[in-house]
Every structure is written in C-alpha cells, then in structure tokens.
Design a protein around this ligand. Structure first.
Ligand SMILES: NC(=O)c1ccc[n+]([C@@H]2O[C@H](COP(=O)([O-])OP(=O)(O)OC[C@H]3O[C@@H](n4cnc5c(N)ncnc54)[C@H](OP(=O)(O)O)[C@@H]3O)[C@@H](O)[C@H]2O)c1
Length: 325
C-alpha cells in the first residue's frame, strides 16, 4: 500500500468508520458522510480505496434509486401543438407523454401509427390531447401529408421534436450502401424534410416556433461499428445550427438534445454483461441514463425558459462526453 500522509490517514480512518456504519456501498443516502472533505476524492483514490467508485454513484443516484418518478422542471404548453416523430415507442413515446402532461396537444407520428394510437389512447385516458399520425420521415409526400393532418386537427403547429432515428452495429469495412442510406435518410434527411415542412408552417403563421432535434453524443465523439449513425448525428448537429441561423428571422428556434446511453429493454442485457459494466465505468457519473433524465432538458428546450437559446447542443450523458481520453 502506498505510504500515506496524516490527512490521507485521517480520511482513510473516516472511510473505515463509514464502512462499518453501513456495508452497503450502493446506498446513495450515505454520500454526505463519504464526501465530507471536498478534496477527498483524489486522496482516497491515492489511498487505494474503492470509495471513488462508490461515491460517484452515491453522488448521482438515479431517480429509481431515490424512488422518484416526478419531473423536476415544470413548463406549461397549454394551447400549443407539438409534432413528435418516431413516437411509436422508446424516447418519442416517452416525450409525447411528458409534453402532453405539460399541457401540449401532441401529434404522435411514426410508420407504425397503430402503436402511436395505443399511446394516444393512454394520453387521452389521462386527460391529455393526442393524435396519431402515419409518417415516414424519409419521404417528402409523407411529411407533407402528416403536416396537413396536424393542421386539419389543430390548425397550428408551435413545436417539432425530430426524434425518429435508426442505427445498425456494423464494422465500417462491412457497411453496405443500402444500410448507410437508410440511416442517413432517416436520421439526417428525415430531420431536414420534416423540419423544413414544419418551419414553413411556423414562418407562414408569423408566430415562430421551436424545434428540438434529437441527436446523440455519437454526433460529437465516435465509437466502433456505428459509423453511419455517428456521421448522421454529426450532420444533424450541423443542420440544427443552420436551422437556428436561417430561421431565427422567422422567430423559430432550433436546438439539439444529445442523449448518452440510456437504459432500455433493448440494451438492458448488454449493460448487465461485463462489457456493458466496463462501458458504464467510463461514464463519469458511473450510471446509465434513464428516460426521465431527458425530461427536464426537453421541457427546458421546448419552453420559453430557453427563449434566447438557439443553435445549441445539449448533452444529457452523465458527463460521458468529457470522459478522460
Ligand atoms: N436510446 C438511446 O440510448 C439513445 C441515445 C442517443 C440518441 N438516441 C436517439 O433518440 C431517438 C429515439 O431513439 P429510441 O432509442 O427511442 O429508438 P427506438 O426505440 O428504436 O424508436 C425509434 C423510433 O423512430 C421511428 N422511426 C424509424 N424510422 C422511421 C421513419 N422512416 N419514419 C418515421 N419514424 C421512424 C420508429 O417508429 P416506426 O418504426 O413505427 O416508424 C420509432 O418510433 C433516435 O433518434 C436515437 O438516435 C437514443
């Protein structure tokens, strides 16, 4: 064990005492005990303890850890209509419920409109306003028809969440053109087509609007076997900036949300594996995102609280983008 100075020894004794106090290092409620000394973390690492690992999680309990399900940011979208693409499942379905709970009239769009309809029924049963729309974001005619359906039902459109997205896991040497094109067409061209159709409505209305493009931390940094996805999301970030620049004169804001890895049914098994756990250890907060982690940032970007924010990219990733190289 490395030779320790008096401060290190004192901290080490405190850690031992805390350890005796509670053996369950995963309990977040003991974080204040562990981090009494603000400079303790590097010293404790130096002392060769595993406190850093424990405290990182302790300082960043998931909402599940805390047993919380409520939102921490409140916004009211009473009387506003939002179109959400890729709303048949995953993030898009979740965003629809969150925005509807904040008073928005949500138009939920995807190719599988029957799945959107099931969510709409749930929203309506909870007292919200929702509409299911069939949309293939890769086709201009489909986007125009979806926009017409929104206007027929609501007469207006104030917000767009460009969320539809696809990916594959393929080594770049094996990437075939068809799959490259499908990913680019959905993630990048789709956001352009739907974004342009929405912006034309918002500009003609004269009241402006708000666009949130759902990108990814993979638009900023790369990982193996997702080249097409990363390139499409990097393009989406640049498209967001162009939208912000060119459409500001119409009162339209455009920002990007960049989620990090979020736990879903699809990846839960992977993140329980050794490789998955190793990935989680590279996230500074030592945990995966939950869908609810995106609620506050989404509501902020959609609301007037961010009235002077446009062209921005907001990572929601537990610091994954700033992890050490
Ligand atoms: N989950 C994560 O960890 C994570 C992290 C970073 C970023 N993101 C981004 O978040 C967004 C949603 O991801 P997710 O995890 O919720 O994915 P998901 O569960 O696979 O859902 C994707 C959604 O996109 C829709 N979609 C796909 N192709 C479409 C098309 N051509 N036209 C219209 N809709 C289409 C799908 O509906 P249909 O199949 O019914 O059309 C579905 O509703 C994506 O843009 C993704 O890149 C996710």
């Amino acid at each position: 064990m490395a030779r320790q100075g008096p401060l290190c020894q004192r901290l080490h004794r405190q850690v031992q005492a805390n350890r005796r106090h509670n053996r369950d290092w995963r309990r977040w409620s003991h974080a204040p005990l562990l981090l009494k000394e603000p400079f303790a973390r590097p010293l404790l690492q130096h002392a060769g303890t595993d406190v850093y690992k424990a405290s990182a999680r302790s300082m960043n309990p998931t909402k599940q850890d805390r047993g919380e399900t409520s939102m921490s940011f409140h916004a009211s979208f009473e009387g506003r209509t939002v179109l959400i693409t890729g709303a048949s499942r995953g993030l898009g379905a979740h965003f629809s419920e969150i925005l509807a709970a904040s008073g928005a009239r949500v138009a939920m769009a995807a190719r599988r409109s029957a799945d959107c309809q099931a969510r709409c029924d749930r929203i309506r049963a909870a007292g919200g306003e929702a509409l299911a729309i069939s949309l293939d974001v890769t086709e201009r005619a489909s986007a125009d028809a979806a926009m017409a359906a929104v206007l027929a039902a609501s007469g207006r459109l104030e917000m767009l969440v460009n969320n539809a997205g696809v990916t594959t896991t393929t080594p770049l040497l094996d990437q075939d053109e068809a799959s490259w094109t499908r990913i680019m067409d959905t993630n990048l061209k789709g956001a352009f087509i739907v974004g342009q159709a929405a912006a034309r409505v918002m500009a003609a209305d004269g009241k402006g609007g708000n666009i949130v493009n759902v990108a990814s931390i993979l638009g900023v940094r790369v990982a193996g076997q997702v080249a097409a996805y990363s390139a499409s999301k990097a393009g989406l970030l640049q498209l967001t900036r162009s939208m912000a620049l060119e459409w500001a004169r119409h009162g339209i804001r455009a920002n990007a949300l960049c989620p990090g890895y979020a736990e879903t049914d699809l990846n839960r098994e992977f993140f329980a594996s050794e490789a998955g756990k190793a990935l989680i250890r590279r996230i500074p907060t030592r945990r995966l995102g939950q869908l609810s982690d995106l609620d506050g940032p989404l509501l902020f970007l959609c609301s007037d609280a961010s009235a002077h924010v446009t062209g921005a990219s907001m990572p929601v990733d537990g610091g994954h983008l700033v992890s050490s190289l």
